[in-house]
Design a protein around this ligand. Sequence first.
Ligand code: ADE
Ligand code: ZN
Length: 332
Amino acid sequence: MSDRIDPALPKAELHLHLEGAAPPAFIRGLSKEKSIDISGIFDERGGYAYRDFAQFLKVYEAACTPLQSPEDFRRLTLAVLEDRARDGVVYAETFVSPDFCGGGDVAAWREYLHAIDEAAQEAQRTMGITLRGIVTVIRHFGPEKARATALCAAETQGAFITGFGIAGDENAGHPRDFTWAFDCAREAGLRLTAHAGEWGGAQSVRDALDYLKVERIGHGVQAIDDLALVDRLAEDRIVLEVCPGSNVTLGVYPDFARHPIARLRDREVRVTISTDDPPFFHTTLTQEYEALAGVFGWTEDDFRAMNADAMHGAFCDTATRDRILKTIEGRA
Ligand code: ADE
Ligand code: ZN
């Protein structure tokens, strides 16, 4: 079941991986330009092909191999923002990883970042979409790489890079292995989020809060299995970056009806809605809203309220937040 949502409804998206949002045709084109054979990662219809989360991570990394220069990331950022703007997204935050942009070297990272930021500014001018960047550790690359990532983040904290996070295999290592990186980022003035409670259960969410001291959680949905934790999330106003279509496609939950987003919201947790890696999950934010409207009866007013919550948790300055809030609430 799904209900129509006007794609022009202004939307905010807090959880979007830049490489994970790469249109497959873009990656295929780039791989041809560079004569890199990654044909094995595509299915017969040209989409990304994977069986499970472990293989998803491998395909994700393979899809990154033709992304080899700042110019490639400039083009990627524009392609990704064109798709988001067409979907009514007016504000997005994207995960960016020095691991895929110069291998953790600060000087190289600066060049990649400059190209990404340039594309973001062009998109702001031509498409009216605002982008901020969250430097992201890839958890299964280990704590040593995480330190280099944190140093890249701390060096480039500013108008565009406003946050720091961790993604990747949630069962690799423990949050305590990453406290140095998160402390470094916090001291540099970055705001913090962590993928947790997607695969690692409620305890993983507790550990992210206790060890990494984050103010947002990527996914966090498995907190539903621990109601004391759910109460803590609500009381501490922790924002959850929930990606329902991602969870259903990767098999965290069997379908939208059994997804806990509505139960979390009913218990006053601040849930927000994102697409994670939209082409991998054959989704858009409008499609996510339509599926949620169909299953839970949510209306455009519900989505406006969740988008306002997203902006209250957004890693941006007050002027930007107020400007986007006006658009979301129909005052601009
Ligand atoms: N990187 C890209 N998408 C991810 C996800 N859903 N979970 C963890 N790491 C990711
Ligand atoms: Zn994610």
